[in-house]
Design a protein around this ligand. Structure first.
Ligand code: F6P
Length: 544
């Protein structure tokens, strides 16, 4: 048994869970009319309501005791101070410096001058593209930006540019290529004119197979469609920490935007990895995004834990995963602009906290990262909500929605929000036997039909949700929301005593793919693997 699961804070929470599990959320609301006031947290224009969670004041106190026991405050200080808390890679995790305004030392050097320098470089470059000061090889203005990157070099920029569509500048359209499946690149390139297309090759390591393959193919397309070798420098820029690999690829390092090893891939949208965001919405909105994140950083670092949004969001997740045994968490934005938010969070949460080894090298004896997924409402309602309401497993969910729409149109936004409120209420309260019976009898149904239909129409309710409402999805609010989730992930990693900033689990598949690539030529047959893998490779070789 680990010291965590034997600790008094943990054991107290276990005992408390057996009491709370006896109470339906409906009862908690009946017992305490002040639940909304007690369990709602505020930050700027963001309201986070945890009242529909299976918690009372004692739960909060016990979760806070766990956070104190795990020295959460110290870890927050250590992260912000630039300590090398990514211990398996001996690196700091300083995404907060990317949006910071105070000196922060790494290896005895203040990183802020470099951060500001690259932001200025991004600003100059995006203004030059937007104004037409920098043009394509025929002298036309750039109209299309193609970001080629994967994982953290794709998901953040895609999610943010989609979320900020109302802020897109006229005349520039972003495209994102991540998958090594040629279908994606071909699908984008056939719409484009090489003379007006700018490629941003985004890769922290500049060694990721998918990105380099797509980048080489994009360059071939550019050259085959009228561009010359000498024009490549004008049409291809790189974002990376790896200067020599960028040079080797053939991109002049004058056209390189730098970031640093203390920026994790999935925490990098605030760095030059955000260049496609700045090119699409303008640097002023990119700065607002940073401002929103910085405000959340300050809140996380200074607010008392019981009023601290990332701390409470993280601890409520711990309550579900480790004490109620949930394994799945849905993120359900009632905002079409956030349609890539869950995909972005999948990497943030699952690559960060999908770990089974503690910081000290022990195998954990408790659950860690959960499965994160989701789709925008109301689409999800017509797809998977059936299982949320009446399935056999409890799935926790975050519901997010803006009070104001960027697209006022008839009563669309009221309908959208009515569904948001209705779903969270229905998940919490459900509909019991008595209510269903009364409803069916009122419809004049026979006793036999009532008896037959009754069990199918019961909603157990007691399904936990957190509602996150915000005034409007502007760049600043979006920055705060993203930072909220980044810090939530950190809070959970501290409780679990794992390193959220490495990702060794993605290596094995990469290594094997590299070996298998050489075996896919039509000659000979594969024999070096298990019989299943050999069989699959050989079937492919015959049929390719
Ligand atoms: O999937 C593994 C990973 O290393 C991610 O952590 C990272 O975001 C992604 O690959 C892309 O890496 P790079 O930016 O170095 O191309």
């Amino acid at each position: 048994m680990s010291s965590l699961t034997q600790s008094s804070a943990w054991l107290d929470l276990q005992a408390h869970q057996s009491v709370m599990a006896q109470q339906h959320l409906r009862e908690l609301f009946q017992q305490d009319p002040q639940r909304f006031e007690k369990f709602s947290l505020h930050f700027n224009t963001i309201l986070m309501d945890c009242a529909k969670q299976p918690i009372n004041q004692e739960t909060v106190n016990l979760l806070l005791a766990l956070a104190h026991q795990q020295k959460l405050k110290d870890w927050i200080v250590r992260m912000f101070a630039g300590e090398k808390i990514n211990s398996t890679e001996q690196r700091a995790a300083l995404h907060t410096a990317l949006r910071g305004d105070q000196p922060i030392m790494v290896d005895g050097l203040d990183v802020m001058p470099d951060v500001k320098r690259v932001l200025k470089q991004m600003e100059r470059f995006s203004v030059a593209i937007q104004t037409g000061e920098r043009r394509g090889y025929t002298g036309k203005k750039f109209t299309d930006i193609v970001n080629i990157g994967i994982g953290g070099s794709d998901l953040g920029p895609v999610m943010v540019t989609e979320a900020l569509k109302p802020y897109w500048l006229n005349g520039i359209v972003p495209h994102f290529i991540s998958n090594v499946d040629g279908a994606q690149l071909a699908g984008v390139l056939h719409q484009l004119d090489p003379a007006t297309t700018l490629f941003v090759i985004a890769s922290k390591t500049f060694s990721t197979q998918e990105t380099l393959t797509n980048a080489h193919s994009a360059r071939e397309w550019f050259l085959s469609q009228g561009g010359n070798e000498k024009d490549v420098a004008r049409h291809f820029v790189a974002v990376s920490t790896n200067r020599s690999a960028v040079e080797k690829f053939g991109i002049d390092t004058d056209n390189m935007f730098e970031f640093w090893d203390w920026v994790g891939g999935r925490y990098s949208l605030w760095s030059a990895i955000g260049l496609p965001i700045a090119l699409t919405v303008g640097m002023d909105h990119f700065y607002s995004l940073l401002t929103g994140a910085r405000a959340m950083d300050q809140h996380f670092a200074t607010a008392p834990f019981e009023k601290n949004l990332p701390v409470m969001l993280g601890l409520i997740g711990i309550w579900h995963i480790n004490f109620f045994g949930t394994t799945s968490h849905a993120v359900l934005p009632y905002d079409q602009s956030l349609h890539r938010f869950s995909a972005y969070l999948q990497q943030l949460e699952m690559e960060s906290n999908g770990k089974r080894i503690t910081r000290g090298g022990e195998v954990v004896d408790y659950s860690t990262g959960t499965i994160v997924w989701g789709e925008p409402g109301t689409n999800g309602q017509h797809a998977f909500y059936q299982l949320l309401h009446q399935g056999t497993q409890t799935i926790s969910a975050d519901f997010l929605a803006p009070c104001q729409s960027h697209y006022p149109m008839g009563d669309h936004h009221h309908l959208l929000l009515a569904n948001f409120f209705a779903q969270t209420e229905a998940l919490m309260a459900g509909k019991n036997e008595q209510e269903v019976r009364a409803e069916l009898e009122l419809q004049g149904m026979s006793a036999e039909s009532v008896a037959q239909l009754l069990p199918h129409k019961i909603f157990p309710g007691n399904r936990p949700t957190t509602s996150i409402l915000f005034k409007k999805l502007d760049p600043q609010t979006l920055g705060s929301l993203i930072a909220l989730y980044e810090h939530k992930v950190f809070v959970q990693s501290v409780i679990w005593n794992i390193n959220p900033f490495d990702q060794w689990g993605v290596e094995l598949g990469k290594q094997l793919a590299g070996r298998i690539l050489t075996e896919l030529e039509p000659v000979g047959s594969a024999t070096a693997h298990d019989t299943s893998t050999n069989g699959l490779i050989n079937y492919f070789k015959i049929n390719q």
